[in-house]
Design a protein around this ligand. Structure first.
Ligand SMILES: [Fe+2]
Length: 165
């Protein structure tokens, strides 16, 4: 489905750079899915975390949700600005989810367990973001800058959560 949507031309896109846009889109679509997956896992952790340090962890995880959701929105709308479709459907996200979270959901819900697990997930996503930013930046510097900015924000969140766990 991602490929199908990415192949669609939209009337409000830059017609003169369709091939380049679709090349960049192929790199951006998985990033959108990765970020949505991280939103879902972080929100679930926000709900389920428990024990000493709950309130701080609960709030920190929701901050991560807001930042990551905004990042997904920015990348998705960058795709549209490039004139291609975006696939943020449950089907696309489910397909990606299996690769973003190769580690099992933790059985415990204590603050250290949940924050450490989410920090690991952020690490998976930011490793992919760095790779995508490098490749995208070779042909579309502004879009590469967008991915680098998101990487910086998420790596800061990883550090914050790791410091509390
Ligand atoms: Fe909440």
């Amino acid at each position: 489905m991602i490929a199908d949507l990415a192949a669609q031309d939209h009337p409000d896109g830059p017609a003169s750079s369709t091939a380049q846009a679709e090349s960049v889109a192929g790199l951006l679509q998985p990033v959108v899915a990765d970020l949505i997956v991280l939103v879902l896992y972080a929100k679930n952790a926000h709900w389920n975390v428990s024990g000493p340090g709950f309130r701080s962890a609960h709030l920190a995880l929701d901050e991560l949700v807001v930042i990551t959701s905004s990042a997904a929105d920015s990348v998705a709308e960058r795709l549209r600005a490039l004139g291609v479709g975006v696939d943020g459907t449950p089907q696309a996200v489910t397909t990606r989810m299996a690769t973003v979270s190769p580690v099992a959901h933790p059985t415990g819900t204590t603050v250290p367990v949940m924050l450490s697990w989410v920090a690991d997930l952020i690490g998976i996503v930011t490793t992919r973001l760095r790779a995508a930013a490098g490749r995208v930046g070779q042909t579309d510097a502004p879009t590469g800058d967008l991915l680098n900015a998101i990487t910086l924000d998420l790596e800061k969140q990883k550090w914050l959560l790791s410091s509390e766990s």
